[in-house]
Design a protein around this ligand. Structure first.
Ligand code: ADP
Length: 253
């Protein structure tokens, strides 16, 4: 089995402030298919704040409100995942982590034991940041960095980031129509890693820079990252199932 991490951003999972259920179903279907192709999949999912907002519309500009919304939304998010995975006879599970887990070798070992046991029993771990004790995701990163740590410390060969953008370009394709896709990236320059953050809407706090920082971290640790569209899963499917690199960007040192 090849262990991979798939990270889905809040931008992809959300539509008009609520969870985009057809997109969630497409993602779950992809994971079910990957499991029949010898992949062990760990999912890192955002979306708790959006799910909470559908129940209680608190002002999201305040971090404490976002934490409260995440606390309300996380069980709702998991319930939606459970229902969808059940359609494919799969169990899923909730693993809430904070970034500081990765600073403590003993904590990493405990968490990895749990992840290994879930995967061994064919259960899909769904990881999110524990937003009530740690607010890194809410303020910065939208789980991009968390998912890179998950891939490295839980020993996955590849992190797949499913984004609102279908690849990494030589400049922002939403601003420049002549932007060209980078197909394979072997190394990233300092200025690319320190560029201004480009959050796209109120639910997307990541932008491309945190994705590049994640790619850089993984390449330095001999792991790979694939950035592709989360709206249309055909590129990621082609890459993982058929071994064909049609769209998307592969970061590989
Ligand atoms: P998500 O919510 O899917 O995790 P974000 O919206 O946070 O993703 O980040 C992706 C956005 O980054 C794109 O929509 C795009 O506008 C912006 N961006 C800026 N520069 C680039 C670039 N060079 N290549 C691709 N996307 C870029």
């Amino acid at each position: 089995m090849k262990r991979i991490v798939i990270k889905v951003g809040s931008h992809v999972l959300t539509e008009n402030g609520a969870i985009a259920k057809p997109r969630m179903l497409a993602l779950v279907q992809l994971i079910a298919e990957l499991k029949t192709h010898h992949y062990d999949v760990i999912l890192v999912s955002s979306g708790a704040v959006s799910a909470g907002y559908t129940q209680l519309p608190l002002d999201r500009s305040q971090v404490a409100n976002k934490q409260a919304l995440a606390a309300i939304g996380q069980p709702l998010l998991l319930k939606m995942y459970q229902e969808k995975f059940a359609r494919f006879d799969l169990l899923c599970s909730q693993v809430l982590l904070s970034a500081d887990v990765f600073g403590e070798p003993e904590h990493i070992a405990h968490a990895k034991n749990a992840i290994d046991t879930l995967l061994k029993n064919n259960v899909v771990p769904i990881i999110n940041e524990n937003d009530t004790v740690s607010i890194e995701e809410l303020v910065f990163g939208d789980n991009d960095r968390l998912s890179a740590h998950v891939a490295h410390y839980f020993d996955a060969a590849l992190l797949v980031i499913l984004s609102d953008i279908d690849a990494f370009y030589d400049k922002d394709p939403n601003k420049y129509s002549d932007a060209k896709r980078r197909v394979v990236v072997n190394r990233l320059e300092e200025d690319e890693l320190n560029a201004e953050h480009t959050p796209n809407n109120e639910f997307a706090t990541g932008g491309i820079v945190t994705k590049l920082q994640s790619a850089d971290f993984l390449m330095r640790h001999d792991r790979e990252m694939f950035l592709a569209s989360g709206f249309d899963l055909s590129d990621v499917k082609a890459f993982l199932v058929e071994g064909e690199h049609k769209g998307g960007t592969l970061f590989k040192a």
